[in-house]
Design a protein around this ligand. Structure first.
Ligand code: ATP
Ligand code: MG
Ligand code: MG
Ligand code: MG
Length: 568
């Protein structure tokens, strides 16, 4: 791209809603524009990077024999009715009606749609296994869209779905996708950890699921990691590794306690080094593993969006079965209050009447501590912090033997999941096996947040001056900046630009009529792997150009005819 006639603009100002580096940098470097809450326009620079991510994914999936398709972004409600998810998806799913009054939604995921394709196409075991994938737009009406492309409402996902005759084949297919993910994230230049993930309440005990987490302080997930024990898990899953506790608990109704102002919440979160939303998870985590603590065992920050804890789920827990529903109803959390409680069970938290399917936690408590008490943020918060520190030393995870466990924050960029027969059963799919018997095939599903990957890459690779792109997904390879006045040198620069393009180097040619300071600032901000500078004075005297590597700052001087071979 020749900047004098190109379409690219950098910005000095950081938008107020951009809390983390990747979001700020993506806006400042003109990769994306905000269209609305959780909605972004991808501009030429940003789109190039997204396309590179897509192509790497495509190459690795095609290599293992997956087939690319594109499913309609709008899907009929009927399909979702078949699996019961029309009701279960809650407010996450954006629904509407067409002029004939038929229910439609914008796909938040595509299990139903792909299973429908499968059942209309595949009839025999001879056609199995098969994996279909697409790279397409998703819409999820997220409770808290934030961090730019990291948690958008509209985003690009690669979603793949595999179909198998039996569990052995599913295991093989799952491993192939897992390995492809490892290859993909390695090629993307990311530091990542595959972790055991929580399959949720519906998952059968032998179904595997892993998340690929990019390690970053701003990550919304908490992962537990032990190199010694060769163990890594999302905290949501790690909790289920604890020995089950089956004591009965004395459930005391929750009291309305002090109203906590937003400032207090923010201050507490700052103390914990987390943002308000993240604190929700970690508070619960604190409670779960702080088993010796005499203090409040679990508490929830009265985040604006938390309305109530869905109560029927408490009733599903064995040790709470004796508690009356009435009593549990009192354990309600109102907007704007901090409510401490000690309960164990799977929780679903309702945010503004939309079920957040991900917010499912186990909250543990000792028998004698399982009570609810008034809460004074100033006094009690100190204790929480202590508890946090204590558990970050090891917690009480049951890993085989005692091992050092570290906590890291992670960004979930990919997820692989053995679905089993959930969708094929609900949608009445049958294939004929070797004996001519109709059997229900098994499924796996595999997602990658394509646009989230770009944000995660920047989150992991930047400095005070801007982005430091991994080579594989940089929008361009080279930023070619010229400091020339004389026509003669401008002509040489034009020729060098043409030569680089001809040699297959993706190059941004900064031929704008602005000072070198501006050019270098923009070059650093955009952070392409190499900056090449043609300065009229130096080039005139020595015939040399300068190559500066963005990552290391290493400067190499080369003659014009060495430029391309050095860059390649
Ligand atoms: P999260 O826990 O971050 O909400 P998820 O578990 O709901 O993600 P999946 O259903 O596993 O997401 O979808 C597959 C992938 O899509 C995720 O691993 C993630 O990379 C990406 N993704 C999910 N939600 C978003 C979003 N709101 N914005 C951008 N990418 C997303
Ligand atoms: Mg998740
Ligand atoms: Mg989610
Ligand atoms: Mg997931």
């Amino acid at each position: 791209m020749k900047l004098s006639t190109g379409f690219w603009q950098t910005y000095k100002e950081v938008p107020a809603d951009a809390e983390i580096a990747s979001h700020q940098l993506m806006i400042r470097t003109g990769l994306i524009h905000k269209a609305g809450s959780g909605l972004y326009n991808y501009l030429p620079m940003g789109l190039r990077s997204i396309r590179k991510v897509e192509n790497i994914i495509r190459e690795e999936l095609d290599k293992i024999g997956c087939f690319e398709i594109t499913m309609s972004v709008v899907t009929p409600g009927e399909l979702w009715q078949e699996t019961g998810r029309w009701d279960k998806m809650g407010g996450l799913m954006l629904r509407f009606k067409d002029k004939k009054d038929a229910d439609l939604c914008i796909s938040p995921t595509n299990e139903e749609a792909v299973t429908d394709i499968f059942r209309k196409t595949i009839k025999s075991y001879k056609q199995l296994p098969v994996t279909l994938y697409q790279i397409n737009t998703k819409f999820r009406d997220e409770i808290r869209p934030r961090f730019g492309l990291m948690r958008g409402r509209e985003f690009t996902m690669k979603d793949a779905y595999s179909f198998h005759l039996d569990k052995a084949s599913l295991d093989v297919g799952y491993q192939a996708l897992y390995d492809a993910y490892t290859a993909i994230f390695t090629r993307l230049g990311l530091e990542f950890i595959p972790v055991e993930a929580d399959g949720g309440a519906m998952a059968s005990s032998d179904s595997k699921t892993h998340e690929f987490q990019v390690v970053a302080n701003s990550g919304e997930d908490l992962i537990i990691y032990s190199a010694e024990a060769k163990y890594a898990a999302n905290i949501e899953k790690a909790q289920t590794k604890r020995a089950p506790t089956t004591y009965d608990m004395n459930v005391v109704p929750m009291k309305e306690v002090e109203t906590v102002k937003t400032e207090t919440i923010e201050a507490v979160c700052a103390l914990l080094g987390q943002t308000a939303a993240q604190s929700l998870k970690s508070m619960v985590y604190t409670a779960t593993t702080g088993n010796e603590s005499k203090m409040i065992l679990a508490m929830m920050i009265g985040d604006d969006s938390v309305n109530e804890i869905k109560l029927q789920n408490f009733l599903k827990c064995d040790h709470l079965a004796a508690s009356s529903e009435d009593e549990l109803k009192k354990a309600k959390l109102w907007k704007g209050y901090i409510g401490p409680f000690g309960l164990e069970g799977q929780l679903e938290i309702i945010f503004d009447n939309a079920v957040n399917l991900d917010a499912s936690y186990t909250i543990g408590a000792n028998k004698k501590d399982a009570h609810v008490m008034g809460f004074n943020p100033k006094r009690d918060m100190k204790k929480i912090i202590q508890a946090d520190l204590r558990l970050s030393k090891a917690g009480d995870l049951t890993l085989d033997g005692k091992h050092t466990v570290v906590e890291k924050r992670g960004i979930e960029v990919g997820h692989v999941f053995q679905l089993g027969d959930k969708y094929t059963k609900d949608m009445k799919v049958g294939v004929l096996d070797q004996n001519g018997k109709l059997v229900t095939p098994l499924m796996g599903c595999y997602g990658i947040g394509v646009t989230r990957v770009v944000a995660a890459a920047i989150e992991q690779n930047h400095d005070a001056n801007g982005i430091i792109w991994p080579k594989s997904i940089a929008p361009y390879d080279v930023y070619f900046a010229t400091i020339v006045k004389a026509e003669e040198f401008a002509k040489i620069a034009d020729e060098i630009y043409a030569d680089m393009k001809k040699a297959g180097i993706d190059v941004v040619y900064d031929d704008r009529n602005v000072g070198p300071g501006n050019k270098f600032k923009d070059a650093d901000l955009l952070g392409l792997p190499y900056r090449v500078v043609l300065g009229e004075r130096d080039f005139g005297a020595s015939g040399e150009l300068e190559i500066i590597e963005r990552k290391t700052g290493t400067v190499t001087k080369v003659k014009r005819d060495e430029l391309i071979s050095t860059l390649k």
